[in-house]
Design a protein around this ligand. Structure first.
Ligand code: SF4
Ligand code: SF4
Ligand code: FES
Length: 515
């Protein structure tokens, strides 16, 4: 059934919005930004900050646009002198006791107070009395620092811990100009760092990012968190070729505006000490670094020699394009198509908000290209093992018939240490591709930083090896995606670019799993 809509006018422009839409949201959809602090699309709307006041024709008083739904024929102005004066006065009131310590505040550059003062303030203060001081630099949990003096009492953090995590750590105590935000107990819930995102000022900052980089130097790239089967939509902020932080990106069907604390720190794995940066061959029992082309050729020699007798361990952490190209290679080799995927480690259950017990980002996508034969079973008779990303063969001595082991992965592990050829592969933040989350939503991630020199994604290695068996060598992830889309119903009618910013659901996906 078609959604009922209403016509309104905002600043002289006709706007059509679904019935029930709030004025602030209808304005945003029409490209008109209304300043706000307490409003957040995924929290309740107490309308306490009064920054979002607008002039609605026929109404004597200005109306809070964050709690007023559109009505047919409404004529709204967000830029009238009356609105501008009201917003300026609210801002002046909000700043009366603010410490104005912007030079030493880590929110500077992305602060709602600074930005709104620049756009709507620019007044000379009339306030001459001493300011009320409040507690500064309080560690309120492992992930957050609270500066109560900078708080503007928007209550977003209180509502987040009451309504989203239901852990109730934050509260506003006292009254009047002594009202103060406080952590009533340690803030230690698995989603605590979202508080730093939603705090519009520098009152709540994330310990991991404090004073690391001034935010105006950061560049931003859209991506997908690889931490579990949810596939939260994220932005990776990077500086001088290194990822500096991960933040949630809005996708109402997947993660709304949130992500978990564990996922947020996964950018650190890109530069972990155990990261594999250079290809290696085993010579006289020792690992020796070699050039990528030497390692590639040696791996190819083994694949050609043992083609049909290869056991392959796949991984649910690689992209759809990686899994497809690998399956293609194995078909060309006439080897069993990549064997079973390993189970996720125990210890992390599905929770009520986002986190999935399956800690891999792409089990759904990779399974589409997996065979049924167990790696462990196949290993008993195989003469070559090709292990992708997993520590699946830590005790090679149990398989004396194996003439060779090729390990393709991102980090060192016992399997990599016993392999004859080690080929490092690019991590999710170093190339572009797609994951299919537990809902069946195919989501694209883009390259954020460069991979170590000579390190490429698995799909490139697999398609180059395929070429030697008479297969096709793909030039880009988009080209692999095109081939996938013609061959597998999970990707039918999709294009790589068509995945856009929030992904697409396969026709067969279970829509009831959407957030
Ligand atoms: S700490 Fe931040 S989010 Fe919480 S009430 Fe104060 S300004 Fe709002
Ligand atoms: S819930 Fe999963 S996908 Fe989302 S941030 Fe956490 S680990 Fe990443
Ligand atoms: S955003 Fe509307 S009152 Fe705060």
């Amino acid at each position: 059934m078609a959604q009922e809509t209403v016509k309104i006018t905002i600043n002289g422009k006709e706007v059509v919005a679904p019935k029930g839409t709030l004025i602030i949201e209808a304005a945003a959809q029409a490209g008109v930004e209304i300043p706000h602090y307490c409003y957040h699309p995924h929290l309740s709307r107490p309308a306490v900050c009064r920054m979002c006041l607008v002039d609605v024709e026929g109404q004597r008083k200005l109306q809070p646009s964050c709690s007023t739904p559109v009505q047919p024929g409404q004529v709204i102005r967000t830029d009238s002198p009356k609105v501008q004066e009201a917003v300026r006065e609210v801002l002046e009131f909000t700043l009366i006791n603010h410490p104005l310590d912007c030079p030493v505040c880590d929110q500077a550059g992305e602060c709602g107070l600074q930005n709104n003062y620049q756009d709507y303030g620019l007044y000379n203060t009339k306030f001459t009395l001493p300011k009320v001081h409040k507690a500064k630099v309080q560690k309120i949990g492992p992930t957050l620092t609270l500066d109560a003096e900078r708080c503007i009492l928007c209550s977003r953090c209180v509502r987040f811990t009451d309504e989203i995590t239901k852990t109730h750590e934050m509260g506003i105590m006292q009254r009047g100009d002594h009202a103060e935000i406080q952590a009533v107990k340690e803030v230690n819930n698995p989603y605590s760092t979202n508080l730093a995102d939603i705090c519009p000022v520098g009152a709540l900052t994330q310990n991991d990012f404090r004073f690391k980089v001034r935010v105006w130097y950061l560049k931003h790239q859209q991506s997908i968190c690889p931490g579990c089967a949810r596939g939260c939509n994220i932005v990776v902020d990077h500086y001088r070729g290194e990822a500096q932080r991960m933040r949630p990106r809005n996708n109402n069907a997947v993660n709304q505006s949130w992500m978990c604390d564990d996922g947020r720190l996964l950018y650190k794995a890109i530069r972990n000490e155990d990261r594999l940066n250079a290809p290696m061959l085993r010579k006289d029992g020792k690992r020796v670094a070699v050039t990528p082309s030497v390692a590639f050729s040696e791996a190819l020699r083994l694949l050609e020699k043992h083609a049909k007798h290869t056991a392959t361990q796949g991984s649910a952490s690689v992209s759809n394009e990686d899994a497809f190209a690998l399956a293609r290679l194995l078909k060309m080799m006439q080897a069993p198509v990549a064997s079973s995927l390993r189970e996720s480690p125990v210890g992390w259950e599905d929770d009520a908000l986002l986190r999935r017990a399956d800690r891999t980002p792409n089990r759904n996508g990779v399974s589409a290209f997996s065979g049924t034969e167990e790696f462990a079973v196949r290993l008993k008779t195989a003469t070559l093992a090709l292990v992708i990303q997993e520590d699946a063969l830590p005790e090679r001595s149990l398989y004396p018939q194996l003439a060779g082991v090729i390990y393709v992965g991102t980090h060192d592990c016992p399997t990599a240490r016993s392999a004859d050829v080690v080929l490092p592969m690019a991590m999710w933040a170093e190339y572009e591709g797609s994951f299919t989350n537990f809902q069946g939503r195919v989501q694209r991630f883009l390259s954020v930083v460069s991979a170590p020199e000579g390190v490429v994604p698995l799909w490139q290695l697999a398609s180059r090896w395929s070429e030697a068996f008479g297969g096709k060598r793909y030039a880009s992830a988009a080209e692999v995606f095109r081939a996938m889309a013609t061959e597998h119903p999970l990707f039918a009618k999709m294009t790589f670019d068509g995945l856009g910013e929030i992904g697409l659901c396969a026709p067969s996906a279970d829509q009831s799993k959407e957030a």
